[in-house]
Ligand binder design. Sequence first.
Ligand code: SF4
Ligand code: SF4
Length: 391
Amino acid sequence: MSKKNPEEKRKQNAKKVYFASARVLKWKQEESLPGKLDRLLERMGLPERFEKDEWVAVKTHFGSVGAHRIIRPVFLAGVVSGLKRAGAKPFVTDTVRINGLDYLDIATRNGINQLSVGAPVVLADGLYGRDNVLVRAGDILGEIAVASLIHDAPGMVVCSHIKGHINSGYAGAIKNLAMGGVSALHRGCGWRCGRGAMHSIGEGRLFWDEDKCQLCYQCEDICPLECISFGKEGEKEKKFQYADERCWRCGRCTRVCPGHAITHEEADPEQFMQALAEAAQAVMGTFKPGKVIFINFLMGIQPECDCMPGADVPVAQDKGILVSDDLVAVEKASIDMLQGCSPLPDSAASDAGLKQGDDILLELHKKDYRVQIAYARKLGLGSTDYELIQI
Ligand code: SF4
Ligand code: SF4
């Protein structure tokens, strides 16, 4: 009887994460990154995973005006083609964060439309961001409004662009599910059960320091809910005002303020990260086991989220694409890969004086994003023990 050594045993139980490097060493289409994505999808056994004609949501982030480092349409088209080859019926989707008509326009401007990706491009929570189903979401959040199309879809491919984020520090698949799988608003409880539920954990009012304000109005421009104003036309004195009831504490106004004139009481950072995992669990709970796969794109790793109006240069070199059907494993593999990245010159990372071995996103945002992954594991969303298989 053959005896397995501990490493062999570990590998047997470890969750498989498939990896395609962004490096291109042979000049053949199969060796290009879109070509490698086809092979990654083959490894995921799509025909066995999805029924014929089964609707499958391809969740991505449509970006923002000026945010051009989103997952490129060529990769979304690759995912759609793979699903179609498997007999499924895919649609490409995201939830709204500004009004829905404008958000669809942004998707088109950023190159995501039916012609480019080969499938319908739709808003998961409707044009008004209110189409959702309330779902139980753990002790921190209570319940949360999962976007209807994601709630009702039998299958999903979660395409996540890995980057930094104001609130979550690291934005990967957990954040994509937790913020992006949840509706902007709910008909009964507004943003409190929707997207803002997580952002506002424990956060109080916004404060404005008049002496520090340069009246540049960047805060007014960047607010996704248009809840900031500086008085009426013709008024002499310009004073910061915001609609507290509508503000979901997304933090964009504080982030862009050059004079640090806007502050707000910070959420308990650990609880916030845990809430992300809770929301991800609520979204995942609407699928049967095995019906969701995760594709993390470690490319164009910019310091901020795709929802910001602009995209700074990457802080780390492109690494490639990771695929798994285990949420925690793909996230752990992604952050492990980020750890090995050198901070790129002439980027926010070099501006911050970071060096090889530093945790770039942790240092840039000072948010311990690892809590998301540890808590997701605790909630049973997957395993941190993975085997990386390079194709
Ligand atoms: S935190 Fe600032 S930008 Fe965000 S919704 Fe509130 S007022 Fe608007
Ligand atoms: S971004 Fe800051 S400095 Fe500019 S108007 Fe707003 S509060 Fe004032």
